[in-house]
Design a protein. Structure first.
Length: 169
């Protein structure tokens, strides 16, 4: 699948809208059609080079949309469901997750700065090379692939341009 995304190649340079590629979903992935995304100060810090992340990268971690497709191990989500995206997924099995402190998840803290998913890979590619994504999301795109736990169902009455702010709050 190919779609458009705003890609940052270098700090202090404009993002460019480019066609990116997505391979097959992994078992626990959810593909989300982005309907609204907010620009956060964290995104600006990456753009300005104050936060170092691997490049090229798709930023955006305040987002809402609809489920397009899910991997075979995903339960509770189906195509068409409206969702808010959470920027803070957790592995569920490290010391901190088992102590009900998922905000301190060892895998999240280790892999987040690498801008990859929990299996250590990027889900998108650009020109044959990996395309990184901020905070397990990369929502400045037509679609993004997230760990299914990051896609939180919300009532369809909530407008997407407001719902996108909930994931960060």
């Amino acid at each position: 699948m190919n779609f458009r995304a705003a890609v940052l190649h270098r700090p202090n340079q404009p993002m460019t809208v480019e066609t990116v590629s997505l391979g097959a979903l992994k078992p626990g992935d959810a593909l989300v059609r982005i309907r609204a995304a907010g620009l956060c100060h964290t995104d600006l810090e990456v753009i300005e080079g104050q936060l170092a992340y691997p490049m090229p990268i798709v930023l955006g971690h305040e987002a809402a949309g609809t489920i397009e497709e899910v991997g075979p191990e995903v339960a509770g989500l189906r195509p068409g469901d409206p969702v808010v995206l959470s920027w803070n997924p957790h592995c569920g099995h490290c010391f901190y997750c088992e102590q009900d402190q998922p905000i301190l998840c060892e895998s999240y803290l280790r892999l987040g700065p690498q801008a990859v998913q929990f299996d250590g890979t990027a889900r998108l590619s650009l020109g044959g090379g990996p395309l990184h994504h901020l905070m397990f999301l990369g929502a400045f795109a037509e679609y993004c692939v997230v760990p299914a736990q990051s896609a939180v169902k919300v009532p369809s009455e909530i407008p997407f341009d407001r719902a996108c702010l909930i994931g960060w709050a």
